[in-house]
Ligand binder design. Structure first.
Ligand SMILES: CC(C)(COP(=O)(O)OP(=O)(O)OC[C@H]1O[C@@H](n2cnc3c(N)ncnc32)[C@H](O)[C@@H]1OP(=O)(O)O)[C@@H](O)C(=O)NCCC(=O)NCCS
Length: 180
């Protein structure tokens, strides 16, 4: 089953997405914003294919390719991990290719997945971790109803300096009450 929004279809990540994914994560502008999730070395399509095969087999996570409804072209990847049944919580992350930024796709994809998690899966809390200087991502998450839980001070090392991440979360009722 796919998750569909007005302009997007989120479908399962497939081995044939490896080349696209390698292109996205090797883009220095994208890497610069990944904070604690940043990859250090270049990765090629073969390594990405291996990664896709390994994560697809994991329990408690779902990795989806964000595609354009019109034409089906992939524009990014959205992952839901650490699905915790006992506490009804999940961890979300998203990366879009550079040319697709700032057109509302990130907000649309995240809101579509939150709707699915809260209203179909009965999840209570979705959380994420974002580099504190990633203002675009923070704005995108705020538009989806996330607020700041706190800061992980100097939790990762980038370009020769220690950097901090923000933990953000949104609860089911907050998402449903968004914009009221
Ligand atoms: C983060 C990401 C998923 C957001 O998706 P997106 O489609 O670009 O975001 P949207 O267009 O939905 O929303 C971006 C918002 O940030 C705003 N924004 C962009 N640049 C900004 C800046 N420098 N300062 C403040 N706000 C900014 C936009 O104006 C927009 O807000 P608005 O609708 O109120 O005008 C996407 O940019 C991405 O993949 N970036 C690289 C990887 C990354 O950072 N992933 C997140 C890791 S936690």
């Amino acid at each position: 089953m796919n998750i569909e929004t007005k302009r997007l279809v989120l479908r399962a990540l497939e081995p044939e997405d490896a080349e696209f994914l390698a292109g996205v994560v090797n883009d220095p502008e994208v890497r610069d914003l990944l904070g604690a999730y940043e990859l250090v070395f270049p990765v090629g399509p073969k390594a990405e294919a291996k990664w896709i095969a390994s994560v697809s087999a994991r329990e408690g996570e779902a990795h989806m390719t964000v595609t354009l409804r019109r034409g089906g072209r992939p524009i990014g990847i959205l992952s839901v991990k650490d699905m915790d049944d006992r506490n009804a919580s999940a961890h979300l992350s998203i990366v879009l290719e550079r040319p697709s930024w700032d057109q509302g796709f990130g907000t649309e994809a995240v809101a579509g997945v939150l709707d699915f998690l809260f209203n179909r899966m009965n999840v209570h809390r979705v959380w994420l971790r974002v580099n504190e200087r990633n203002v675009r991502a923070i704005r995108c998450y705020e538009k989806c109803g996330f607020s700041r839980d706190g800061i992980l001070r100097e939790d990762h090392f980038e370009r020769g300096c220690w950097a901090s991440s923000i933990i953000m979360s949104v609860l089911a009722d907050e998402f449903r009450g968004r914009g009221r």
